[in-house]
Design a protein around this ligand. Structure first.
Ligand SMILES: *[C@@H]1O[C@H](CO)[C@@H](O)[C@H](O)[C@H]1NC(C)=O
Ligand SMILES: *[C@@H]1O[C@H](CO)[C@@H](O)[C@H](O)[C@H]1NC(C)=O
Ligand SMILES: *[C@@H]1O[C@H](CO)[C@@H](O)[C@H](O)[C@H]1NC(C)=O
Ligand SMILES: *[C@@H]1O[C@H](CO)[C@@H](O)[C@H](O)[C@H]1NC(C)=O
Ligand SMILES: *[C@@H]1O[C@H](CO)[C@@H](O)[C@H](O)[C@H]1NC(C)=O
Length: 473
């Protein structure tokens, strides 16, 4: 299907051509993830704040109320989906911290969290300490595995930079080095203040942290490299963006009200108001620089958080699941999902049968063996990064011993995956809500095609036949 995308609207035409101007590529794409923001939150917010920046962006925008992020819905595969156009079976990135059977020990976890930092108690401690990286055997050699080395396909940042254009990105850990892509060269400049250095569960502190991201977006519009960033800029980047953390923290800490349609609690509303004002500041600066008409703005969350309905929330000790397999478990990644790597794949059927017998105590909705190569996930037989078993809990259950959370993400539910997603530009004359099911992987072809680049240059788009978002096809 991607072939269709190659011959569509944004194809750059010679300037002498009489072709319609509306098909001209944009000079800039700005892409923002409001981590945690659900599709339903957009409608709730507009109802409360009809004069907000988000409402204004939607007046010349396409909303995708049926947009789904990756499965699993961890931040890492969620980010990778938007920037490669592919899902974990193709990208190799299932989770930020997860087992890889090929890592030298052999068998260890690929940990792309704050654990890679020189000192995760500091906002800027100098980035990734190579001493904290796992080692992988590559072409018979034992080499360090940077987060970007985990990717099996290229990213939009690499494709755009290879065209001589500039790219800039901001996210919550130095491990977001990931977006540079397998070449390691996709970013002109990257800014990665460490979120783990911020006191947990403190929404105002996380808003102050997010302001550093906003400062970076505004710096990019002056072609300036923000403080504590890596790399250089000589012009306003063709692609820039990053994430917001505060909505995510407010959801996990306070959640929604237990009332009809689950209204925002005050901290969630405070965080969305901050994000809205920040998007407004970016739009105002684009306008003052004369760049607004030349910039496609994409707002899409890497992930949601579950459950929205607080009455469904519950916790189960992850060890309950490990123990219930009844076989030797090598590794388990646990959130509102459990991804289980067994010591011997031959014990998978036994483990799944045992988990099925433990549905009540483990609050298990479904245990899937990936030995069968369930469509969309790949198989642990051929892929060192594919778990043997996915355990999906009942909706609202989190596999954790933490007592600080009322929501989490990573899982497969609609609350985890049905994320906020919209695209805005003054060139979009007729606002529209596309309600059909779409995927955030469809953002990647849009990013490159909007800049006049063939989306067939994205390996993940080719591998999965990813279509561009509707409205642009
Ligand atoms: C890490 O940084 C914190 C905060 O600056 C400091 O208190 C701590 O001593 C540092 N740890 C190491 C191992 O340097
Ligand atoms: C915005 O850009 C489009 C496409 O290049 C062009 O046709 C239109 O005239 C521009 N509008 C303004 C207000 O500059
Ligand atoms: C939510 O409201 C329902 C109905 O009023 C009540 O039964 C339930 O205990 C409440 N749950 C929470 C978590 O407040
Ligand atoms: C899991 O098994 C271990 C070892 O037998 C035991 O110590 C632990 O209490 C069990 N945990 C749960 C939650 O069942
Ligand atoms: C896993 O299997 C290996 C060899 O097959 C063995 O050495 C190791 O002890 C096993 N680990 C567990 C936890 O059973």
């Amino acid at each position: 299907m991607y072939i269709q995308a190659l011959v569509f609207a944004f194809a750059a035409l010679p300037s002498a051509s009489a072709a319609p101007k509306r098909n001209e590529p944009y000079n800039h794409v700005a892409v923002f993830s409001v981590d945690g923001l659900h599709a339903s939150d957009i409608d709730k917010y507009i109802a409360l704040r009809p004069n907000s920046s988000i409402a204004a962006l939607l007046k010349t925008g396409y909303q995708y109320s049926g947009a789904y992020t990756s499965a699993p819905s961890d931040s890492f595969p969620g980010t990778v989906a938007q920037f490669t156009g592919a899902t974990p079976r193709t990208t190799g990135v299932w989770y930020d911290d997860i087992w890889n059977r090929d890592i030298f020990a052999p068998g260890s976890d690929s940990d792309s969290t704050e654990d890679l930092d020189y000192n995760s108690s500091q906002l800027f401690s100098g980035g990734i300490n190579p001493a904290n990286l796992p080692k992988i055997v590559k072409n018979g050699q034992c080499v360090l595995q940077y987060p970007h080395d985990r990717l099996q396909v290229n990213t939009v940042f690499e494709v755009i930079k290879a065209k001589g254009k500039q790219t800039a990105y901001v996210d919550k850990h130095p491990a977001y080095d990931l977006v540079r892509g397998p070449s390691g060269t996709g970013l002109s400049t990257g800014c990665f203040p460490e979120i783990a250095s911020i006191p947990g569960n403190n929404v105002p502190a996380v808003i102050a942290y997010d302001q550093l991201h906003v400062n970076a977006f505004l710096d990019y519009l002056d072609a300036t490299v923000p403080e504590h960033s890596e790399g250089t800029l000589t012009a306003v980047p063709a692609l820039f963006g990053g994430n917001f953390q505060s909505v995510n923290v407010a959801q996990k800490t306070y959640g929604y009200q237990n009332a009809t349609n689950f209204p925002f609690t005050a901290p969630i509303l405070e965080a969305i108001d901050f994000v809205d004002a920040s998007l407004g500041a970016v739009v105002n600066k684009l306008k003052s620089k004369g760049l607004y008409n030349d910039t496609l703005i994409i707002v899409a969350s890497k992930h949601g958080n579950a459950p929205i309905n607080p009455a469904l929330f519950g916790e189960v000790d992850p060890a309950q699941i490990t123990n219930a397999t009844g076989v030797a478990v090598e590794w388990q990644t646990s959130d509102d999902i459990a991804l289980v790597f067994l010591n011997k794949s031959s014990t998978t059927a036994t483990a799944v049968a045992n988990l099925d017998a433990d549905r009540t105590a483990g609050k298990i909705l479904n245990s899937m063996s990936l030995m069968a190569g369930i469509k969309g996930f790949g198989s642990p037989i051929n892929n060192p990064f594919v778990p043997d078993i996915i355990v999906q809990p009942d909706h609202g259950i989190i596999y954790t011993t933490s007592k600080k959370k009322v929501e989490e993400h990573g899982g497969l539910s609609a609350d985890d995956r049905n994320v906020a997603c919209f695209v805005s530009s003054p060139r979009i004359r007729k606002a529209k809500n596309f309600t059909q099911r779409v995927f955030t992987t469809q953002i990647a072809p849009l990013i490159v095609e909007a800049l006049g680049i063939d989306s067939g240059e994205l390996e993940g788009v080719r591998a999965e036949g990813t279509d561009i978002l509707p409205g642009f096809d």
